[in-house]
Design a protein around this ligand. Structure first.
Ligand code: G3H
Ligand code: ZN
Length: 277
């Protein structure tokens, strides 16, 4: 199936049954890709696969692993988008565009507002001319602490101005979640999500969804979130399954224990995709 973009998937979700949002799953290795694509095909559920700048660094470069992710997404029987996530390196953004990614999240949220606008607008102009869906991030005024520390909030008026000035297609907002949480205790500001939805003309993105309970994810999408990013919860599942498998296995065939870890990812991906569809 042809690769698609988050924008197309989000538009299709609007008005359908299930949550009015599309999940995005971060991949670290091929087992993740196989598990996520397999679960999406099984449930015939749309999905966004994300490769972060950190994951690219771990793999030692973009191309070889990205080629595998793009091939798996293209071969899938459901529409899948492939996004470069949390990219701060403009060179990497361009490489992803050349490689065939359908979307990019350019993350200048550490900059102050004006610098974030300037850098994001320049890259958004370039990517949109190539038909690539562009997500950016805006946290607190000044943004020095990063947008996704607990307690940081995106201001609706500032968000509206940011979207207008940059022309981005999606906006990651700080509404109470935080990256890399290992418990699902984050409390989201639903009133702020609704205010952001009313103020901003493009889809809102929730990052750090691993720290949010399924029930709160559902509430957030009903309040206005349209794309939900999950990463850490899969790493937790993968690691736990791997530990358990290795504790019982004395052999040396990685396929044995990696298969257990991959199955754990498939089961969790299935659970999440069912929540959305
Ligand atoms: O961009 C990726 C997500 O925000 C993942 O966050 O690892 O806390 O689920 P998480
Ligand atoms: Zn994120």
């Amino acid at each position: 199936m042809t690769l698609t973009s988050p924008g197309v998937l989000i538009e299709r979700r609007t008005g359908s049954t299930g949550l009015p949002a599309v999940p995005a799953f971060n991949v670290v290795g091929l087992e993740y890709v196989e598990a996520f694509v397999g679960a999406a095909e099984e449930l015939q559920a749309p999905l966004i696969l994300q490769l972060s700048q950190n994951a690219v660094a771990y793999r030692g470069g973009l191309r070889p692993f990205a080629a595998a992710v793009l091939a798996a997404a293209t071969a899938a029987t459901v529409p899948i988008a492939v996004q470069l996530d949390h990219a701060e390196d403009v060179g990497l953004v361009r490489e992803a565009a050349d490689a065939g990614f359908t979307s990019v999240m350019f993350d200048a949220s550490r900059m102050d507002f004006d610098e974030n606008v300037e850098q994001t607008r320049a890259i958004a102009d370039e990517l949109r001319a190539q038909g690539i869906w562009v997500e950016a991030e805006l946290g607190e005024i000044g943004g020095k602490a990063g947008a996704h520390a607990l307690g940081v909030r995106t201001d609706p008026q500032e968000a509206a101005l940011f979207v207008e000035r940059t022309g981005v297609d999606g906006l990651a907002v700080a509404v109470g979640s935080s990256h890399a949480m290992r418990t699902r205790e984050a409390v989201l500001d639903l009133g702020l999500i609704a205010a952001l939805r009313d103020a901003v003309s493009v889809p809102l993105v929730l990052h750090g969804a691993s720290g949010v309970s399924d029930e709160r994810v559902a509430e957030a999408t009903h309040a206005g979130i349209r794309k939900v990013n999950f990463g850490t919860r899969f790493n937790i599942e993968f690691t736990a399954a791997l530990r358990a498998a290795l504790a019982e296995y004395e052999g040396v065939d990685p396929r044995t224990y990696l298969n257990s870890a991959r199955s754990a990812l498939t089961a969790d991906a299935r659970r999440l995709l069912a929540l959305f569809s």
